[in-house]
Ligand binder design. Structure first.
Ligand SMILES: Nc1ncnc2c1ncn2[C@@H]1O[C@H](COP(=O)(O)OP(=O)(O)O)[C@@H](O)[C@H]1O
Ligand SMILES: [Mg+2]
Length: 300
């Protein structure tokens, strides 16, 4: 009688050795909130580790389909998470290079007959070995145009997503409702997407934490007055047009730094300290147009 002793596997050690755990930890640390997204990414990473070991043991039948859709409003972290995902896929050996090529319809679809196929193929060539991130992917499909070249691009993409999946992962990104409609009219796409990840909007408190984290990384801080002003800013800005979650906050902070610098110059003091140079004051926030009458423009 023969007894076979099975080799044992330690998945946690696999994750450590690949370096992918470090990427997951970075993702946790650099992004405030997004708990459901972080959970989904950890699940996908677990699947990848298991796949990898199964492949090594000769248990994997065919390369897994890893194409994904990231849905959510602007500024909710889709691009940032996609870059980390590319890194994880690379560390676990699912793509050769791990770079991210981010495109929109204009990069894929030409204006004239015969231009679309070469454009799409050139983008695919650049993305091979990494992740192709198609932002606002639904714009590829324009049924209202009688002869739309988007369809040509879609057909090439679908083919490559099927045939080259051992070396290219496609992530489609955009608003959830439009993506739903896009999938409804493009079942070929829907069936090739293995993982759907939904990015929720940030709450006021989360946006506040994102602001503080962003500033701390740049060695800036908010005074107590500036904190209160920013809380009011967030509540107002959210209700105005073109609000883009964390991106709107980032832009607001860039402008606050500009105002801080201008204020410090205007003071003409010769005794400024590091603390002065680090501190954003309430007036640096309050000068934003967001605080003006609602009739004013959306930006500031
Ligand atoms: N949860 C978060 N914590 C900290 N910064 C964030 C968070 N989400 C987004 N950001 C920042 O906001 C900006 C916009 O994010 P991005 O990934 O481009 O969003 P999207 O692709 O969904 O429009 C980036 O600078 C990003 O680093
Ligand atoms: Mg983006």
């Amino acid at each position: 009688m023969t007894t076979t002793i099975e080799a044992t596997i330690d998945l946690a050690a696999e994750l450590d050795a690949s370096g992918a755990r470090e990427v997951l930890e970075t993702l946790d640390a650099e992004l405030i909130g997004l708990e459901p997204v972080k959970l989904r990414i950890r699940q996908i990473a677990a699947l990848l580790v298991v796949e990898r070991v199964r492949k090594r043991l000769g248990l994997a039948a065919e390369p897994p389909s890893l194409h994904m859709s990231f849905t959510g409003n602007p500024g909710t972290g889709k691009t940032t998470v996609a870059m980390r995902m590319a890194d994880i896929l690379h560390k676990l050996g699912f793509v050769r290079k791990g770079h991210l090529v981010s495109v929109t319809r204009d990069d894929l679809v030409g204006q004239y007959i015969g231009h679309t196929a070469p454009k799409t193929k050139e983008v695919l060539k650049r993305a091979m070995g990494g992740v192709l991130f198609i932002d606002e992917a639904y714009y590829l499909y324009r049924p209202e145009n009688e002869r739309d070249y988007g369809q040509e691009s879609i057909e090439i993409l679908l083919q490559v997503m099927e045939n080259k999946r051992e070396d290219l992962v496609v992530i489609l990104a955009g608003y959830a409702d439009r993506m739903d409609r896009f999938f409804a009219s493009n079942p070929g796409f829907r069936s090739r997407i293995a993982h759907h990840v939904d990015f929720p909007d940030y709450g006021d408190q989360q946006l506040m934490s994102i602001a503080e984290l962003t500033l701390a990384k740049q060695n800036y801080r908010l005074s107590e007055g500036a904190k209160a002003a920013l809380a009011r800013y967030i509540a107002l800005r959210r209700a105005q047009p073109h609000f883009a979650n964390a991106r709107s906050l980032r832009n607001a902070l860039d402008r606050a730094r500009l105002r801080q610098a201008t204020r410090l110059f205007a003071q003409q003091r010769r005794d400024l300290t590091a603390t002065d140079l680090m501190t954003i004051e309430a007036e640096d926030i309050q000068a934003s147009r967001v605080f003006l009458a609602k009739a004013e423009g959306p930006h500031g």
